[in-house]
Design a protein around this ligand. Structure first.
Ligand code: FMN
Length: 222
């Protein structure tokens, strides 16, 4: 959310480290380039968390072309091998995943929370200001609907809305009202059906990646 001051980026570089920045459109990317970031994470609107309005399919190649030679990682809707292949085909240097980790054994969500994710469809990952006060893709729940449908009471600005939501959301968790619980998650939630592990996701993603590349290569034969 915004470029760091150039002196901070320079300081990080003086320590021999690289700086990455997550962006949702070309204007954001240009600002990050000006302060000297080393890698851009192009995050399409289907992603979980704070999002812009441009979908991954359009955003990724747009930033790859405009920002070269800065490497671009593709984010937003990558949860399986074929999506990873699509990211690479669109010129990305790699992929960056978020939501898919929430359903793993290593994730710190409780079993009830994971269950809420596994029963959700892609359409349940809505863009709402209910959680933080800024447009954020989160799981639709009674809490988000109450904010989103109320014409008179609008969410506070960022970050005050997150502070306001702390108590009621923790209370909903404590009394196990998971119909009020919400969390940042992307449209890929519709493909998350059961608990897995990080290792399993990597293995399946790489397997499907290879299979998809082989299928594409076979199209060039004959
Ligand atoms: C629960 C959650 C928390 C996130 N928090 C941050 C954050 O603090 N900073 C950030 O730059 N991105 C954050 N993101 C966005 C991720 O870094 C990533 O770009 C995004 O999840 C990729 O899209 P996907 O969810 O479709 O995989 C978050 C995403 C999720 C799902």
């Amino acid at each position: 959310m915004g470029a760091a001051p150039k002196r901070i980026v320079d300081l990080v570089h003086e320590h021999g480290l690289k700086v990455g920045a997550l962006v949702g459109n070309l204007d954001h990317a240009i600002k990050q380039k000006e302060v000297g970031v080393d890698v851009l994470i192009a995050q399409g609107a289907e992603a979980g968390g704070h999002v812009g309005r441009v979908g991954s399919m359009v955003l990724w190649p747009q930033l790859v072309d405009a920002m070269a030679p800065i490497p671009v990682l593709a984010a937003g809707g990558v949860g399986r091998g074929r999506q990873f292949v699509a990211a690479m085909a669109l010129g990305a240097a790699g992929a960056w995943c978020g939501s898919v980790w929430l359903g793993t054994r290593e994730s710190d969500l409780t079993p009830n929370m994971k269950e809420r994710l596994f029963e959700s469809k892609s359409e349940d990952a809505v863009v709402s200001k209910a959680l933080t006060g800024k447009n954020c893709r989160i799981l639709r729940s009674n809490y988000t609907e109450a904010w989103d449908k109320n014409e008179e009471v609008k969410p506070l600005t960022f970050p005050l809305q997150s502070i306001l939501g702390g108590v009621p959301l923790r209370r909903a968790e404590r009394v196990r009202r998971f119909d009020y619980w919400t969390y940042a998650v992307g449209q890929i939630v519709g493909d998350m059906k059961q608990e897995t592990t990080v290792r399993q996701i990597f293995a399946e993603m790489l397997g499907e990646y290879v299979e998809a590349v082989e299928n594409l290569n076979s199209m060039l034969e004959d």
